[in-house]
Design a protein around this ligand. Structure first.
Ligand SMILES: [Zn+2]
Length: 251
């Protein structure tokens, strides 16, 4: 079985058919799901789904593109819920909003502190902010060696492999893209016991379905691509990555 460690099933794109999306995934061996509820507007839906389905978990955090209404109570309120498995997704994103850089860094650190306080792993989003994110994470793991997390949608910057004592690497649809040269090059250097599978649904749909809505079922395409790159069977990929996800998220 596969665990989709990062799917936004709370997103409005699934309001109509989330039950079928889950069913389609499960019929194809994708049996557990983690929803990173990255915004206060979606968290209720994520919690609701986690209460309705045994196999759904959620994370709580504020995405760097959604920080205007940041309230730290938001994390405290949800983090002790029995289905909350992580803090995330949190991180730095300078692609659209370089001007909020200082605030992003401050709130990123605040949320890392909360993860440490509650002993939860973190789900990290980094876009066009590699250097700042790397320095912050390096500093945190040296101060807090028990901090664990995933670099979601790993962007193939090899310096992050130095964090592999503490971090896992989330591999999704990008690895199937025709232009994924950089990731394909770095991928074999990631320790096998640090790779986990994700979709980032509804975004980043794997080849050959790019352009249509992504859903957890498509992790099977990511699994197959990893099997090809590791030169092992898809079943072996499932065993390795599921074990990794269980260790990281304690599920
Ligand atoms: Zn995401």
């Amino acid at each position: 079985m596969i665990i989709d460690t990062h799917c936004h099933l709370d997103n409005e794109k699934y309001y109509k058919d989330v039950n079928e999306v889950i069913k389609r995934a499960e019929e194809n061996g994708v049996k557990e799901f983690i929803i990173p509820a990255a915004s206060p507007k979606d968290i209720k839906r994520a919690v609701e789904l986690s209460e309705k389905y045994d196999e759904i978990y959620f994370a709580v955090g504020i995405h760097p593109l959604d920080i205007e209404n940041f309230k730290i109570e938001y994390l405290h309120n949800y983090i002790t819920h029995p289905k909350c498995v992580a803090v995330g997704e949190i991180g730095l994103d300078y692609h659209y909003t370089k001007e909020t850089k200082e605030l992003q860094i401050e709130l990123f650190k605040k949320q890392l502190d909360i993860a440490i306080e509650y002993n939860k792993p973190v789900i990290i989003h980094i876009r066009e902010a590699n250097q700042d994110a790397f320095e912050i994470l390096k500093d945190y793991v040296s101060k807090y060696p028990t901090l664990k997390g995933v670099l979601h949608c790993f962007n193939a910057d090899a310096q992050f492999l130095k964090l592999s004592n503490n971090f896992y690497y989330g591999i999704g649809g990008v690895i199937t893209f025709k232009n994924a040269r950089k990731l394909i090059e770095v991928f074999p250097k990631i320790p096998k016991n640090r790779v986990i599978i994700e979709t980032d649904s509804p975004y980043l749909t794997p080849h050959p379905y790019r352009g249509q809505r992504n859903e957890p079922f498509f992790t099977t395409l990511v699994r197959d691509k990893i099997a090809e790159l590791w030169n092992i069977t898809p079943k072996e990929v499932e065993e390795i990555t599921t074990k990794n996800a269980r260790e990281l998220f304690n599920i």
